[in-house]
Design a protein around this ligand. Structure first.
Ligand code: GLA
Length: 778
């Protein structure tokens, strides 16, 4: 019984088939194919049984499941690869056998969902549901495919229903299985640690099993759920590649298994490790939604598919497509040590510089003067802030700034009123002393009373005054997973139920406060995922605010996530995390490719820095739409791989901003080529270097080589000049056609290399950078 299901997006096709045995097979996922009268050419020819093959039925002796491209595999019937589903029946048996039963398609998406899911209505997508059945055990499994044709994205999830007479324990239920046939692939993951998140790592897929996963209770800074499979010859602008992400914020796994028969399996979903779900008769369990995309034209196109999908169907609400404010955050400026006077001084300076939103970070509540106490006690510390938040907000507003606040609702300190009242609300395993993280415990969000408490506590916090932004933090991984509210056979549900609890709280708070701009944070990027982005339109990318490190962090994140969700701040130099010194201009140039904020003590800056910042903020506001929502492109530098070029290009290719960044300066590599793909080929453009300023202190004793007047290097005059004198970087102005800019690039004026200086030399030095504004020539 062959039955072909052919799904198309604008540029891709996804084709399913039913094997003669009734098992659902994957015929194809890749570049768009026409619908065919006969799909035989795509079918594997199963002619004779061979070797150690196990065949599911004697009727089809030539078909062994182990060597097919299947759509959703179980255990026990001869497919020995990593399964998508693992069940334990009441009798202890584990064999499953799901076969095709029916399918239906309709415009739009299913309406009910227990988990955050992508948006979209009848005009955006078509859903195809394929129902499989394990008739011997009374189970049905619905595989849903939501086809977003215009975005070249297909999302998938699975729903298991127990129609049998006994409960079933679910050990594994993945969101998607994708079996590819042939090809030579690389498994690309985005890994890291605290303050160094989502660095791209490529590894060739050889026969074997590869796992990318998280067991921390969140999607983690170690291994993000966004992954790619890229062909060996794939580059930023050519070649085949697949992307997969998960709308989920908890323990996940992406498993790749390659066999000697040239099959490559990708699984993504809830991490089976530590997971078990007790599914009673009549109950259903739905997986998180996986987001898949394919491109035949390289990684930038794949990223664009994911970016647009995130912007149009993940982020939602008031702020979905709205430009985000430039903010000042007091964390790296004051730490816990602040009072009203300090905050207002900071806010006043911020307002002077054109900044729009003031964010009060950790330390405003309970008795929190360091990180050992008060999480859970969400009442204002009147010693630091007499008159409370209610008194502070109008003062901030009077300066012309909106107000935002930091909270970490999911956590509790032992030293808090809340813990003294409800010690049983903290996650702990009976009979074991719980482990600490940043001196705190995690609240048990599987408990309804904890959730109800948090919704009300946060409602109070957000109602103290005109609060227009909230930074929702989560600063430790979960340990000692166990809930006093769950029966022993349900303890394997803990992590998933924690997420369900969190999502319930977030849904309610977003419903109550639809105008607040929420930013998700978890010690930086420890929960940087599509699940959180369904509630919070943006996320704090990393606790590492160092500009040079951010090139790797934001660059890695950009494969799967648009810059419109990435918080990026200018902080002090030397940097608080790396102690690396970098110029105020480079710190801005990197942050400009994200949601700009400042996170440093503005009150102690030199006039030079303040003037530079005022210009930066004005520049950012002027180009904000393009910087935040333009098409983000990683431009391969054809001259020097150590340099990084990023660009944001408007959808119609009529304008762009590019950034050129370097690490350590190298003599001999001072020539740069600026390429900006995506521009309208036939149009003519002007390219202007952003006016940038150099602090003359940077020259030391060489200052006389660049200044017309003679002064003593490092002398008093030099010091005075360095804090006041705005030494301009060379003016750069070019004209070029779109096709030249897109393909070959402009040769820029050279970098300083020690043998003379004039106004046609670009001073770049270590960690140097410049932004270029590309406009249609008038
Ligand atoms: C986390 C966040 C920081 C800051 C601190 C405050 O580390 O990532 O941005 O909010 O907590 O304690």
């Amino acid at each position: 019984m062959h039955k072909v299901i052919h799904l198309d997006t604008a540029r891709t096709s996804y084709i399913l088939d039913v094997l003669p045995t009734g098992h659902l097979a994957n015929l194809y996922y890749g570049k768009r194919l026409r619908t065919m009268d006969d799909y035989e050419p795509l079918r594997q020819k199963n002619v004779v049984p061979y070797g150690t093959m196990v065949n599911v039925s004697q009727e089809y002796r030539n078909i062994g499941l182990d060597d097919q491209c299947l759509e959703y595999s179980g255990l026990g019937k001869g497919d020995y690869r990593e399964p998508a589903i693992e069940l334990i029946f009441a009798d202890g048996s584990r064999t499953t056998d799901f076969r095709f039963s029916s399918m239906r398609s309709y415009r739009g998406r299913p309406s009910e969902a227990s988990l955050p899911s992508a948006l979209g209505g009848e005009t955006d997508l078509e859903t195809t549901e394929v129902t499989l059945q394990d008739t011997e055990r009374g189970l049905s499994l619905v595989l849903s495919y939501c086809v977003y044709a215009k975005h070249d994205v297909i999302t998938r999830f699975a729903t298991l229903r127990n129609n049998g007479e006994e409960p079933v324990r679910v050990g594994r239920l993945m969101s998607a299985q994708l079996d590819l046939f042939g090809g030579s692939w690389n498994f690309v993951t985005f890994d890291g640690c605290w303050a160094y998140e989502r660095e791209r790592n490529d590894r060739p897929v050889r026969p074997g099993i590869y796992v990318n996963d998280s067991k921390t209770g969140n999607s983690s800074n170690r291994h993000n759920p966004f992954i790619m499979l890229t062909a060996d010859d794939c580059t930023e602008d050519s070649g085949e590649c697949y992307a997969s992400n998960l709308i989920y914020s908890g323990n996940h796994a992406e498993i790749v298994e390659a066999t000697y028969q040239g099959k490559v399996r990708l699984l993504t979903g809830i991490n089976p490790s530590g997971f078990e779900w007790f599914l009673k008769e009549g109950q259903t369990f739905s997986t998180p939604e996986a987001v898949l995309s394919y491109s035949a034209a390289g990684l930038n196109e794949l990223s664009r598919n994911m970016h647009r999908f995130v912007q149009d169907f993940i982020v939602r609400g008031e702020w979905q497509h709205r430009e985000r404010p430039v903010l000042i955050n007091n964390w790296e400026a004051t730490d816990f040590d602040f009072d009203t006077r300090k905050l207002l001084a900071l806010a006043k300076e911020a307002a002077n510089l054109g900044i729009e939103l003031f964010v009060l970070d950790d330390g405003w509540f309970g008795a929190r003067d360091d990180d050992t106490s008060s999480l859970g006690d969400w009442t204002v510390n009147e010693k630091k802030l007499p008159g409370g938040i209610a008194g502070l907000v109008p003062k901030i507003n009077a300066l012309g700034l909106t107000f935002g606040i930091w909270v970490e609702p999911e956590m509790i300190n032992e030293n808090s009123e809340l813990y003294r009242a409800h010690p049983d609300w903290a996650v702990a395993t009976p009979g074991r002393a719980p482990a600490y993280g940043r001196n705190q415990f995690v609240l048990d969000l599987t408990m309804p009373e904890v959730r109800a408490h948090l919704v009300e506590a946060m409602t109070d916090v957000f109602s103290q005054g005109k609060i227009e932004y909230v930074k929702w933090d989560m600063n430790r991984n979960i340990s000692d997973a166990y809930s006093g509210g769950l029966s022993p056979e349900r303890q394997g549900e803990f992590h998933h139920r924690y997420l369900l609890g969190l999502y319930e709280i977030l849904a309610e708070l977003v419903r109550r406060f639809p105008k607040i701009l929420f930013e998700s944070c978890a010690s930086g990027g420890n929960r940087f995922d599509l699940g959180m982005l369904c509630y919070m339109p943006q996320a704090w990318t990393s606790d590492d605010t160092d500009a040079y490190a951010r090139l790797t962090i934001q660059g890695g994140s950009s494969y799967g996530y648009p810059q419109s969700v990435m918080g990026a701040h200018v902080s002090a130099s030397p940097n608080m995390q790396t102690l690396r010194a970098s110029t105020i201009e480079t710190r801005f140039n990197v942050a400009a490719f994200g949601l700009l904020g400042y996170e440093l003590d503005l009150t102690i800056l030199s006039p030079f820095d303040k003037k530079a910042i005022r210009e930066q903020v004005a520049f950012y506001k002027k180009h904000r739409k393009l910087l935040q929502f333009g098409r983000f492109i990683r431009v391969p530098d054809r001259l020097d791989k150590a340099k990084i070029i990023w660009a944001v290009v408007s959808d119609d290719g009529s304008e762009a901003i590019a950034g050129l960044f370097q690490g350590s300066a190298r003599i001999g590599l001072g020539q740069d080529l600026l390429t900006v793909p995506g521009l309208e080929p036939g149009a003519s453009f002007t390219v202007n270097g952003r006016p940038q300023f150099i602090n003359v202190k940077a020259f030391g004793n060489l200052v006389n080589r660049v200044l017309p007047v003679k002064i003593r290097g490092d002398g008093v005059i030099h010091t005075v000049l360095s804090s006041h004198y705005m030494f301009r970087m060379a003016t750069e102005e070019y004209r070029a056609n779109g096709d030249l800019l897109s393909k070959y690039g402009i040769k820029l004026i050279p970098q300083f290399s020690g043998t003379g200086y004039n106004d046609k030399i670009r001073i770049f030095s270590d960690y140097g950078s410049r932004l270029y504004v590309i406009d249609a020539a008038g």
